[in-house]
Design a protein around this ligand. Structure first.
Ligand SMILES: Nc1ncnc2c1ncn2[C@@H]1O[C@H](COP(=O)(O)OP(=O)(O)OP(=O)(O)O)[C@@H](O)[C@H]1O
Ligand SMILES: [Mg+2]
Length: 362
């Protein structure tokens, strides 16, 4: 899968048109010129969302209220496809229009026309970040694997919001308990289904991460295991969740919010049965995260029979010289279209630099 052309209009601080190379592209520039924004534009084309965990929803340049757009021409096995997102803002809302080949389409038809994997600074600290950052990583991957995951997640979040408001009202002595029964069932059903999807993702990632680890970084991490942490794990997550909620109704009413479900899930990566979050060096934590990302890439490649595009947001800055070279070797081996944002091209080997198309932002 290759992006032939990319055109950004009024997208945050960017107004550019580029024709990237089908191999390595180095997006070069000082701090604040918009390198991450460019990668984020590509991320939008894949998942209709930003990769920045806490970004504002404002994608339109704040000096020119009105419209912004991201447009790309893709090439997949000789077939070309045009993807476009148009953002329009007014005082209190931001709308998106999605188009494939100039025809308006729905989010479900738009998502995953472009498949990509991102390595960003917030990923390098993934293992020691807060659980919500890891969940969001997992959810973006789940959505890239299958749009059903994104739909299920959105539905679950809606039900969770409604149930939380109701629990709050009930905890204040208002609201009907009978109404809660309905939302309990809905939450358990959707939550359990989401846990099933997550269990599947971990089952498929585990052998890949193990294989990559022994091939690429054998001296550093042995017996690498990715562990899904969920109180709802098991053969029948819907039933487990339903029982948990019933058993803890008073506790949840007391708290005025939903205390059980996949919105509390997490995962860890261990080596020789030691959780790397607690026992790993910073270097090992980073390598484990890289392995996870590479496993995700491999998984998407096998599933979709395309080479997912790779986005690297200054990832080299966090690695030592040896691991930098190793990562560059691995990336070269994947033979995927790659976009690397950096302030320092010296972080890359001359061998790789020779193969790169340099896109300078200022
Ligand atoms: N809606 C917007 N309109 C205009 N400019 C915006 C908007 N949102 C963000 N920006 C600008 O985008 C810039 C940040 O861009 P970005 O994070 O892509 O920079 P970067 O090149 O990745 O920097 P760094 O090297 O520090 O990572 C900031 O200067 C910010 O003011
Ligand atoms: Mg940046």
């Amino acid at each position: 899968m290759i992006i032939r052309k990319l055109e950004l209009k009024n997208f945050r601080n960017l107004d550019i048109a580029i024709e990237p190379s089908s191999g390595f592209n180095l997006i070069l520039g000082q701090n604040g010129v918009g390198k991450s924004n460019l990668l984020d534009a590509l991320y939008h084309l894949a998942l209709v969302k930003s990769f920045k965990p806490y970004t504002s929803r404002n994608n339109v340049n704040f000096n020119s209220q009105g419209f912004a757009s991201i447009k790309a021409e893709l090439d997949q096995d000789g077939l070309s496809k045009e993807l476009k997102i148009v953002f329009s803002v007014n005082e209190d809302s931001e709308r998106k229009r999605l188009e494939v080949n100039s025809k308006p389409t729905t989010r479900s038809r738009f998502i995953n026309n472009l498949t990509l994997i991102l390595f960003a600074p917030h990923n390098t600290n993934l293992l020691v970040s807060t659980p919500d950052v890891r969940r969001s990583e997992l959810d973006d991957f789940g959505s890239a694997v299958d749009f059903k995951y994104a739909m299920k997640l959105a539905e679950y979040k809606n039900v969770l919001r409604t149930r939380n408001s109701l629990l709050k009202v009930v905890s204040e002595g208002f609201g009907k308990l009978s109404e809660l029964d309905y939302w309990d069932n809905k939450l358990a059903q959707l939550g359990g289904e989401l846990v099933i999807l997550r269990q599947e993702l971990f089952m498929l990632l585990q052998p890949l991460i193990k294989e990559l680890s022994s091939k690429q970084f054998d001296t550093e991490l042995s017996n690498i295991v990715i562990n899904y942490e969920s109180k709802m794990k098991g053969d029948d997550p819907v039933k487990i969740m339903s029982e948990k909620i019933t058993l803890n109704r008073n506790k949840e009413i007391g708290a005025g919010q939903s205390l059980y479900g996949p919105h509390k899930d997490d995962f860890n990566i261990s080596s020789n049965e030691k959780d790397l979050k607690l026992y790993g060096s910073r270097g090992q934590q980073r390598i484990a995260t890289l392995l996870l990302k590479l496993a995700m890439w491999r998984y998407l490649e096998q599933l979709k029979q395309v080479k997912p595009i790779i986005l690297l947001d200054d990832a080299m800055a966090e690695l030592d010289d040896e691991n930098r070279l190793k990562l560059q070797d691995i990336l070269s081996g994947l033979k995927a279209q790659t976009f690397i944002a950096t302030t320092h091209k010296e972080d890359y080997s001359t061998k790789l630099l020779k193969k790169m198309q340099i896109i300078t932002l200022d």
